[in-house]
Design a protein around this ligand. Structure first.
Ligand SMILES: [Zn+2]
Length: 269
């Protein structure tokens, strides 16, 4: 019976709190001071009661949250800036390259293929045509024009009768395909698929037979010397030069591209 009174007081106090009739802290109305002094403190909430769980934010697409948005296609990442493209066109104009500006090229079947700002080259430099025209990056056309002016034209003049070079026949130009020899499981995109590459299959002259690219090792003639000279000098302007002997796929043309590699690394074969 001794615990009956405190329990009754506690129940009274709790009832007042629930009803909103408990006194505000510090307030002591007259006539009630004696009752308040004997009122026990409110019961501390039970800490073992489960707390309200904070719901995690809904994720609409778990995969996109894990890996982020898809990367832009290769052709877009390799596009020249407005300034770079303007400087490149100025160089082409000064070199005498004849070209037009087709619209952006992309491929519906492979998002990484394409050229953001292509040029369609008709004449590499004055007097030297690119037969059938070819579409490529401006920087590829600039490398082609510089190589032609600085090395191919002088090399041609050393051939029998000092002929004037009049044109080049391209092999592959822009072509959305995998690099030869990279397999089907993890194919790497060819530089041709981004307008960075051009293949040259043969040279035409005024007053001299055409000179096709062909395996000539050990021939010991002037034509072999010409092919060796243009092939070697190509790597001064392009970062990749492949040809006969590199592999069977390059037995009948020179592959020239401007692929960017760490440290300006070049592959000259
Ligand atoms: Zn090629």
């Amino acid at each position: 019976m001794r615990v009956a009174l405190p329990i009754a007081l506690l129940a009274l106090a709790l009832g007042q709190i629930r009803d909103g009739t408990a006194l505000a802290q510090g307030a002591t109305p007259a006539g009630e001071a004696a009752n308040i002094s004997t009122t026990p403190p409110p019961v501390r909430p039970d800490r073992s009661s489960p707390r309200k769980q904070i719901e995690p934010a809904p994720q609409s697409d778990p995969d996109s949250m894990a890996f982020g948005p898809p990367a832009p296609p290769d052709w877009w990442l390799e596009r020249p800036s407005e300034q770079e493209f303007a400087a490149c066109m100025l160089a082409l104009n000064m070199l005498g390259t004849q070209y037009t500006l087709p619209p952006t090229v992309s491929d519906p079947d492979n998002g990484d293929c394409g050229i953001a700002r292509p040029v369609l080259v008709d004449q590499i430099i004055p007097g030297v045509t690119l037969q059938g025209k070819a579409m490529m990056q401006c920087a590829t056309a600039r490398a082609l024009a510089l190589w032609t002016r600085e090395f191919v034209v002088p090399a041609a003049a050393t051939l029998q009768g000092a002929p004037r070079i009049t044109g080049m026949t391209p092999g592959s130009t822009y072509h959305c395909r995998a690099r030869i020899g990279t397999g089907n499981s993890r194919p790497k995109l060819s530089e041709h698929a981004k307008g960075n590459a051009i293949d040259i299959a043969s040279f035409q002259f005024d007053g001299h037979d055409p000179v096709p690219i062909a395996p000539r090792k050990g021939k010991g003639d002037r034509i072999e010397a010409f092919q060796r000279a243009v092939r070697a000098s190509g790597c001064l302007y392009f970062t990749t030069v492949l040809g006969p002997g590199s592999n069977t796929a390059h037995a009948d043309h020179l592959h020239l591209d401007i692929a960017q590699r760490r440290g300006d690394w070049r592959i000259c074969q």
